[in-house]
Design a binder for this molecule. Sequence first.
Ligand code: R5P
Length: 327
Amino acid sequence: MSNELRLGSEKRLRIFTGRGYPELAEEVAAELGVTITPTSAYDFANGEIFVRFEESVRGCDAFVIQSHCEPVNKQIMEQLIMVDALKRASAKRITVIAPFYAYARQDKKHRGREPISARLMADLFKTAGADRLMTVDLHSSQIQGFFDGPVDHLFALPLLANYVGSKVDRKRLTVVSPDSGRVRVAERWSDILGGTQIAFIHKTRDSRVPNEAITGRVVGEVEGQTCVVIDDMIDTGGTIAKAVDALYNAGAKDVIVAATHPVFSGPAAERLMNSKVSEVVVANTLPIPEENRFPNLTVLSIAPLIARAIKEVFEDGSVTSLFDGHS
Ligand code: R5P
């Protein structure tokens, strides 16, 4: 294996990783049959970050992988600095890969005098020198339009849905959106699973209180059903824990949770462990420290999908099939 994959005599693909979640980048690189370009990175005493690539990157097609895990702002800053270093070292094209794109929930102003931080993130990456952005399951699809350049928006849906579909009786399965905003995604789940029932939870939220969901009633028939609650992320686990309670109270026989991004902040793992959920299925877009793992947690790898997308981008192939959630 070498650090560089040559296609003809012109194109050279290189994978770079920040310090946020190098294990995922290693997995992606292994899928592609390359090694990660050696990079020195360290923090100065005051927290400032220094990055230097240990090999020439001139003319390469650079893919910079960094999932925005804790501490989120540090990972973002490190990725920005890496992009800047690549630009100044004459990389030919720079693709930012953020398997979990932080600040995606701040995609609009809910009230006056609020920021649109998801847009600011896109602007920062563009200003640093990113030509292209690749990410998985954005909180809302319109964030794609925030970045001034091509965006490869990948979907974990087939990965999660095929796993869940292989474990349950699809005839007794109801796909449940934890709020009205995700019903379209529930429909796509239902399609993949051959036309299952759909329900949603009427959730109201006080926008002045972060991470505090107030779950309302279940809309749809769940009596005696196995329910799979789908979401883009589990942060503190409040939304999911309340959804699970509501479904059992409405007569569900069994409840599974499938969410793309395991943010797992604060009480999330404890809440999920103490809930009656039978299995929590997530993708490995973020690292999950040992203390946040629990027996009925299943982690599926997103690395093959990211590797496929990188290969398509590098070879100027088609990534459309990866965009539409039907790979
Ligand atoms: C909300 O709109 C999101 O899709 C998630 O449901 C939410 O961010 C999860 O947060 P928590 O786990 O803290 O309830």
